[in-house]
Design a protein around this ligand. Structure first.
Ligand code: 13P
Ligand code: SF4
Length: 335
């Protein structure tokens, strides 16, 4: 089948199944184009919770589809490829994270959404790159905080909020790879270009950046900045949406420390148009989350969504509900 045939068939099946297709900005552009909703991980979580479609087809990595299932368990959640993992999620095995929490029982755990359901269940508040700084800043000043699993995002939030965070030492292998010298060379070639970077990048790259922000913040910045050219230090899939929103701007992908010209998340790219078609045709693979685990993982995600809009009084109520010292969280065997 040609791509055009696959797209036509996918759109037909979507109607027949009463499905909604959600796609992360790091997916191939052909998948982003046919999706009902494109977004960063925060926006996709919000939309997954709100949808009244019967089936959520999640073109993203596994933790994102799993979050959709946790938030909206009566829906069938399909993912094009079950192997769409994430290096950050892999860097925090749940049994080790539990041990870490047990070693620091008075610390409240703010955990980046890039983690497994088990780690969410062992956490107090989930955050995304667009909400991490805001959430940490809202927590009581005297409260010690663990931030996991991304140490680069943790360092960034620490610098922005002035809070002393105890960091899990995970990294995103895609954002870790940007080359300082190659970006400096690009900057010499394009002196008027702004360097913009995702906070998962290493500190050395963030220090070069004119603007640092989550996926959605980078998109907004490219549209609103008076600069006409940008060196973009994040996964190159985002360039598709940037071009759509700001077609007049020049976008230069920041290169990694290899011979490649841009940085690609291989985990995201295991999802292909053919696999998207196949999962809808077969109604599989589906993402399942065991109910006791789902319930434990749900509240920390809901706290993230609630804190995004909470005033001071509501924030205090949400934080007061968190029980410390840590007492083991989810009590089933952990992966
Ligand atoms: P966002 O939270 O910005 O969507 O990023 C997700 C991600 O995986 C970044 O690498
Ligand atoms: Fe995970 Fe990094 Fe890929 Fe994002 S870019 S999904 S953090 S491996």
């Amino acid at each position: 089948m040609t791509d055009a045939d696959l797209v036509r068939d996918i759109l037909r099946m979507k109607e027949d199944m009463n499905a909604v297709i959600l796609a992360h900005y790091y997916q191939d552009s052909v998948i982003q184009e046919l999706a009902d909703i494109r977004g960063d991980s925060f926006e996709l979580s919000r939309r997954a919770r709100e949808t009244d479609a019967d089936v959520i087809v999640f073109a993203g990595v596994h933790f994102m589809a799993e979050t959709a299932k946790i938030l909206n368990p009566t829906k069938t959640v399909l993912i094009p490829d079950m192997n769409a993992g994430c290096s950050l999620a892999e860097s925090a095995p749940a049994h080790l994270f539990r041990r870490f929490r047990e070693q620091h029982p008075e610390h409240l755990a703010v955990t980046y959404i890039n983690c497994t359901a088990e780690v969410k269940a062992l956490s107090d508040i989930i955050c995304t790159s667009s909400s991490a700084e805001r959430i940490v800043a809202k927590l009581p000043k005297e409260q010690p905080i663990i931030f996991a699993p991304d140490k680069n995002l943790g360092h960034y939030v620490r610098a922005k909020t002035g809070r002393e965070l105890l960091l899990w030492q995970g990294v995103c292998t895609v954002h870790e790879q940007f080359s300082e010298t190659r970006i400096a060379d690009l900057r010499t070639q394009h002196p008027a270009a702004e360097v913009i970077a995702h906070p998962e990048c290493e500190g050395v790259i963030l220090r070069m950046a004119d603007f640092i922000g989550s996926t959605s913040a980078l998109l907004k910045h490219v549209q609103e900045s008076s600069a006409q050219a940008f060196i973009v230090a994040t996964e190159s899939g985002i360039l598709h949406e940037m071009r759509r929103l700001a077609p007049e701007k020049q976008l230069i992908p920041a290169p990694p420390d290899t011979t490649c010209a841009c940085s690609i998340c291989d985990y995201m790219k295991v999802n292909t148009l053919t696999k998207l078609h196949r999962c809808m045709k077969n109604h599989a693979p589906t993402v399942e989350v065991e109910e006791a685990l789902r319930q434990r993982a749900l509240r920390p995600i809901e706290r993230m969504l609630e804190l995004a809009e909470a005033d001071e009084e509501q924030t205090a109520r949400i934080v007061a509900e968190i029980r410390l010292p840590f007492s083991g969280g989810y009590d089933q065997p952990l992966r």
